[in-house]
Design a binder for this molecule. Structure first.
Ligand SMILES: Cc1cc2nc3c(=O)[nH]c(=O)nc-3n(C[C@H](O)[C@H](O)[C@H](O)COP(=O)(O)OP(=O)(O)OC[C@H]3O[C@@H](n4cnc5c(N)ncnc54)[C@H](O)[C@@H]3O)c2cc1C
Length: 552
């Protein structure tokens, strides 16, 4: 891991998920001469949160079914009033265009007998969810390839390169050869997803998480260390997951009208949000689940018995064919038949995500952070509940900005300082003086997340979390990593710990309760709109993170 190489480009994209591939495609369409490079940790035809496929575009403003204003209002409800609406509005305006592009490329959008898209309700207000089928990532990868975009698969990005105050590139590790590669360009897009491995899952498996486990907040850490700000880190998400199955379900179940029932067979959302029931904002639904469990009324399950067979078949088709084919075998082996059997769900671990929550890099309406030339899109951007369509819209928006700016040619920076710094770090990991495996290290801080950071929160618990994890910041530099794959794991764990500590800092700062379960403070149990209807911003400072309310 001592050798290094340089790759010159015009636009470097970190992460070839939904946002990254779409950004690359758009940039190349607008300027075929532009050297666009995707640097991806895995393999783009199957990587990221949408790796297997998705059974819906959760947020599309379909003409005749909703308006952009209604969409922004719906997201504002989920964000509990803490919304900077610029990016949400753009997503609303351009989401139907994304649907049309995907349809043209071969994604299938089932229609009603009248020939209309199937548009369902998932948000607390309005109808913005469109049923979708097809192998999304393979389709995106094919478009990337047909445009001649250079893709470096199995190259996790470990560091960013700056030239003065502006971005100059990114450094990745070739997992196959161990060569460090500096990708130099005047524009870099961070599109490497959210942070999945923050809390410890119910299954006990480090990678058995709700969100894509290979995305572990590296973009948040890289962006922050380069000088960008973060927001929404006190919005510590948890979702409902099918017990013992690593995959989704709740959005599919809810939009088709499944009921959440407790162990007594009661439709318990009546107690917590009688108007919106299962369509209550996620944080309220999760708080309801937790309170039912605490009161001894678990286990919690989705019940389908009241639904017509046609609807159940639609649910099965979406999950089994598009999103999670292994679920069919899982249900069969467990004897689960949706027409008769409820599906037990558990609460997922804590995670941080822009597309599924509020956490992300702060950027302007073109996705540019406060570091010139450094952009963010998708789950690593603060694009509240942007989901898939939001990731792809912002990928396109960033690409358009980069092409419009186009200061082509090499950045003139050689990245030697970053390479030297990385080499020293890798050498130290090679010695591995800590003598604790990265797996045990990660297990330890994630156990602490469950105990002290997962909601309900309090000042005492949050301070305890920061205190107990402080020595780990030093320890992590001596984690053993003897091959490129272990190096990747170490960098993932470091990013996870960084994100968890940022979440504790932001959670301490917001001295009120908001977002249902997600920021429930037992020492400040009330919502305080007068003081706190604003975003919490974390910025890098000379002595550590500076936490403050957003300046208007
Ligand atoms: C279980 C689940 C179900 C969902 N269902 C739906 C749905 O039905 N409809 C919907 O609209 N949305 C859904 N979403 C949300 C949607 O999938 C995401 O919002 C969207 O995929 C985010 O796109 P992204 O490009 O930001 O991240 P991703 O698509 O996750 O891509 C990130 C990429 O970055 C790569 N990467 C990570 N770290 C590095 C690194 N250090 N260096 C290089 N590459 C790196 C990853 O391998 C990955 O390819 C779901 C999400 C989950 C987790």
């Amino acid at each position: 891991m001592n050798r290094w190489e340089t790759v010159q480009a015009d636009f470097v994209i970190v992460g070839g998920g939904a946002a990254g591939t779409m950004a690359a495609i758009r940039a190349k369409e607008l300027n075929p001469d532009m050297e666009v490079v995707i640097v991806e940790k895995a393999e783009i035809s199957r990587s990221g949160a949408a790796g297997r496929g998705m059974d819906a575009l959760n947020n599309v403003v379909v003409p005749g079914h909703g308006t952009v204003e209604e969409y922004v209002e719906a997201v504002d409800i989920v964000a509990d009033g803490v919304l900077q609406p610029d990016i949400t509005r753009i997503i609303g305006e351009r989401s139907f265009g994304i649907l049309k592009r995907l349809e043209q490329w071969g994604c299938r959008f089932p229609r009603t007998p009248e020939g209309d898209y199937i548009v369902n309700a998932f948000h607390p207000k309005g109808r913005f969810l469109v049923e979708m089928r097809g192998d999304l990532k393979k389709i995106l990868a094919r478009e990337v390839s047909s445009l001649g975009i250079r893709v470096y698969n199995r190259h996790p990005v470990l560091d960013l390169v700056k030239s003065g105050t502006r971005i100059a590139g990114a450094v990745a590790l070739d997992l196959g050869t161990g060569v460090l590669k500096a990708f130099l360009a005047p524009a870099v897009l961070l599109a490497s997803g959210g942070a999945a491995r923050i809390g410890l899952p119910n299954t006990g498996y480090l990678h058995g998480t709700f969100d894509c486990p290979w995305c572990n907040g590296e973009a948040y850490k890289l962006g922050f260390e380069a000088g960008a700000s973060l927001t929404g880190f006190e919005y510590t998400c948890r979702s409902a997951m099918t017990r013992d199955f690593n995959g989704p379900g709740q959005s599919t179940f809810i939009r088709h009208g499944a009921w959440l029932v407790n162990g007594l067979g009661e439709r318990f959302m009546e107690r917590y949000d009688p108007q919106r029931m299962e369509r209550a904002p996620a944080g309220i639904r999760m708080r309801a689940m937790m309170e039912e469990e605490r009161a001894g009324r678990g286990p919690i399950a989705f019940s389908f018995r009241h639904l017509p067979s046609k609807v159940i078949e639609m649910i099965e088709e979406g999950i089994f064919e598009a999103e999670r084919p292994t679920m069919r075998a899982f249900f069969r082996r467990r004897g689960i038949d949706l027409k008769r059997t409820p599906v037990e769900v558990v609460m997922s671990e804590v995670y941080l995500c822009g597309g599924h929550g509020l956490s992300g890099l702060v950027a302007d309406r073109w996705g540019e952070t406060s570091v010139q030339g450094l952009f963010a899109a998708g789950d690593c951007l603060a694009n509240p509940y942007g989901f898939l369509a939001g990731a792809m819209v912002m990928g396109e928006v960033v690409a358009e900005r980069v092409v419009e700016r186009a200061a082509p040619g090499p950045s003139g920076h050689d990245a030697r300082d970053r390479i030297d710094r990385l080499r020293r770090a890798l050498e130290r990991h090679g010695k591995g003086r800590l003598g604790v495996s990265v797996r045990d290290f990660e297990y330890k801080f994630r156990r602490l997340v469950n105990e002290f950071l997962a909601p309900p929160k309090s000042e005492t618990k949050l301070r305890r979390f920061l205190h107990l994890t402080e020595p780990m910041l030093k320890d992590q530099e001596d984690l053993p990593a003897r091959d490129p794959h272990e190096v990747m794991k170490v960098f993932e764990a470091k990013a996870g710990l960084f994100c968890a500590r940022m979440a504790a800092e932001a959670s301490l700062f917001r001295t009120e309760s908001r977002f249902g379960l997600y920021h429930q403070r037992v020492d400040y149990p009330e919502k305080n709109d007068a003081q706190w209807k604003t975003r919490v911003i974390l910025s890098p400072g000379p002595e550590g993170p500076v936490v403050e309310k957003e300046r208007s």
